[in-house]
Design a protein around this ligand. Sequence first.
Ligand SMILES: [Cu+2]
Length: 659
Amino acid sequence: MIGLLLAIIGLPNDTITTSPQHLDEVVVVSRGQGGKRSAKGQVATIDEHLKELDHVELVRRGSYAWEPMVNNMQTERLSTTIDGMKIFYACTDKMDPVTSYVESGNLQSIRLNSGLNGNPQATGNIGGALDLKLRKAGFQNTHSSVFNAQLASGYETNGSVQEYAVDGACSSQLFYANAGISYRHADNYKAGNNEKIDFSQFQKFNAFLNSGFRIAANNAIETTFIYDRATDVGYPALNMDVAKAEAFITSLAYRQLFRDSNLESWETKIYYNHITHIMDDTKRPDVQIHMDMPGKSWTAGAYSLLTASLGQHEVLLNVDSYYNRLFADMTMYPGGAAPMYMVTWPDVGTLNMGAALADNITLGQHSTLHFSGKLSWQQQRLNNDEGYKALSIFFPGMLQQYHQTTGRIAANYALSIENYAFTLGAGWGSRAPTVTEAYGYYLNNTFDQYDYIGNPRLKNESAIELNGSFQLSAPYSQLTIGVDANAFFFYNYIIGQLEDRLSAMTVGAEGVKVYGNIDHATIVNTSLKIEWKPLKELRWLAKATYSIGRDDQNDNLPLIAPLTFQSRLSYTTKSFGVQAEVRGNARQAQYGEKYGETATAAWTIVNLSANWLLTVGNRQLTLRLGVENLFDKYYATYADWCHIPQKGRNIFAYLSLEL
Ligand SMILES: [Cu+2]
């Protein structure tokens, strides 16, 4: 599969360091054909690219920075890395999942490992691990040099979305570089029936440079620099907006390839990233108490990854370490009284070290066994005394420093013979509580209207995962039917619990919840997929998923997808493609009432899109046109925070020109 992708995207083999694995899924972001892709092409937002992945749903608090959920688990149970680099969001209200700090132009692809079988740098990934693969032109094998550039621009009618991007790549035997800048701007969008959604605007600027220098025949140095800045971002589902969310992401890597050896490659990377997040409620009407809520996150880290091929074994060995600091505070300005100051994340420094091993074993022509494991140790220190003392009032005797050991281990077997393919897997893994869960201080959650306090005495959460899939291709026809299921059995599941001895700080909040461990919880996900290709150009895909999430009292967990379905018919030739899609959810009847969730109605929408590849002179021009939500349906999904409605009818046009 990876080999096929490489052929399609025309990359030299050495730009993908990890071997093919099961439970892997890739959405291709960069230009070209083939692979899973968004109908809007490479200029689609990261969120739109993520939407193409199976197992992924997105929590939406506005038009911008959707939070990916994998296997019905949110950020705290996932790992998100950028080319193996750790990066942590800086907002106590989760306005900025780390996927919001990159742009499509920065990336080659997004790769998902479902469940506990994470990429080597992933830690705490019970639900899954996303790795955002950076775009790298790679070196040429001959003396020739290659240069290309692309201009892209787009417009969407709903919310007057504008997108402008220019990027280029050059590559020779000794040097390569990918660079680009992009800008997006969106006004308030309209839900179905022309209802305007205030505070749903955003703008974002991004610039990047990835480069490589060959310093000897088989050695290279690679660098990354990304600057990303979003300003004036509205969050209609929340009480506040964002004035500025800014990231610097940098890395320096040394890579050695081996010839005539069992060793394949050895890559060592050091990196640093810094996020500044400034919230803003000054544009909102009826603000009773104005608040300033900035957050900061910075991370420095390193990893060293060795890959080797020993007979039927394809082995990965990785050691990594990072140090992250998270600080957030809040100043409230009650009219006529003195300002109130609170530390909401007490400048928590986390030092984490881990070692991972993965082995892909070929057991013969038809079957493979994949094994992966990781052990991590971390130490956390509360560097802010004021924050530490405030939390100590609720937890007398709490320490200023904690440490945790976590681990994961997973094995997967895959068998494919003629018309059928079968996989079976099992794993165990644990995660440490997040900074919010362990040390957060009066963080208001608009989902259930409670103020949340962290709990430094939380135990690690752990889970056993079982998964399996079966796929059947009917002989002599182009019909494929697949079923896929996974189940996660949690112990010490971490979730907010009502604490009625405390009263809320936020105006209008219902009360206070403190994070706690519940004895056990279960999440089960199932899916059915049918694909039919009666002709080479014609493809019909139908997909349905159903999930269940229960706590230790058999009550529903919040934010678990109801029955979802999707049917897509597409006709694709070399220079033309058209597709029609129906997507929907059944009514979410199994909602987490105990956790403040309310029911969501069923919905169905229709999307249409077409794309043309034209040659003008000797330049290639790609035009993409489409309409989303054709019938202007007014709807919200179960994952739309506080039921903010989705976009109504939206017509888009994207044009890209290769220079
Ligand atoms: Cu925020």
